[in-house]
Ligand binder design. Structure first.
Ligand code: PRP
Ligand code: URA
Length: 213
């Protein structure tokens, strides 16, 4: 795992790299694309959750009693940014099945590229939870900054953000706007084109997950 700045972690696991290459391929169909998004989310979640607190619990093995570490409490919230973030939820729940799931609905205006909010429902209380915000694409960074602003306005504070592909522009914007948020990136790409799409990227992630192109 290499770091971009203090709060940014760019993952370098070969399995993540390989699967992202499959996602980039324009010939990868909806069914396979959806499956791989979920797999990458699981692999990234394994890294992003490595600092979850544990507590010693008494366990009785077939041989004797012992103290053994287990995840402390059940206070995790997974918050996908609609729509594309939904594709990552199953991958995280595979690791932490008892996590609560909130949703933030945002869409990017095609002309201005600015995010517009249309939905927000978060688990209550949100204050004490470790929060993992999911969105496969960090392009201009507008959507991620907005989503995290909203979560903070409800009292969320211990926040991680996971994206599969980031543009340097969005990564800079998000890490400067929210320096307290740990940002996990599957792959850092070259930059944005004139339509604010990530290049080389993987295209419109929501459309590829849901087959809506
Ligand atoms: C995509 C993507 C992010 C956003 C990234 O969503 O899933 O949410 O764009 O762009 P930004 O960093 O420039 O804000 P989109 O608005 O296309 O909505 P969708 O997921 O519903 O298709
Ligand atoms: N949203 C996407 O789905 N893809 C991009 O490249 C940028 C924003």
């Amino acid at each position: 795992m290499s770091t971009f700045s203090d709060n940014v972690f760019i993952l370098d696991h070969p399995l993540i790299k390989h699967k992202i290459s499959l996602l980039r391929d324009k010939d990868t169909g909806t069914n396979e694309f959806r499956k791989i998004i979920e797999e990458v989310a699981t692999l990234m979640g394994y890294e992003a959750l490595r600092d979850l607190p544990t507590e010693e619990v008494e366990i009785e093995t077939p041989l004797e009693k012992c103290l053994s570490p287990m995840i402390a409490g059940k206070k995790l919230a997974i918050i996908p940014i609609l729509r594309a973030g939904l594709g990552m939820v199953g991958g995280l729940l595979a690791l932490t099945p008892t996590a609560k799931v909130g949703h933030i609905g945002l869409y990017r205006d095609e002309m201005t590229h600015l995010p517009h909010e249309y939905y927000c429902k978060l688990p209550k209380p949100i204050e004490d939870r470790t929060i993992v915000v999911l969105d496969p694409m960090l392009a201009t960074g507008g959507s991620a900054v907005d989503a995290i602003d909203q979560i903070k306005s409800y009292g969320g504070s211990n926040i991680k953000f996971m994206c599969i592909i980031a543009a340097p522009e969005g990564l800079k914007k998000l890490s400067e706007a929210h320096p307290d948020v740990q940002i996990y990136v599957g792959q850092l790409d070259r930059g944005l084109n004139e339509d604010a799409y990530i290049c080389p990227g993987l295209g419109d992630c929501g459309d590829r997950i849901f087959g809506t192109k």
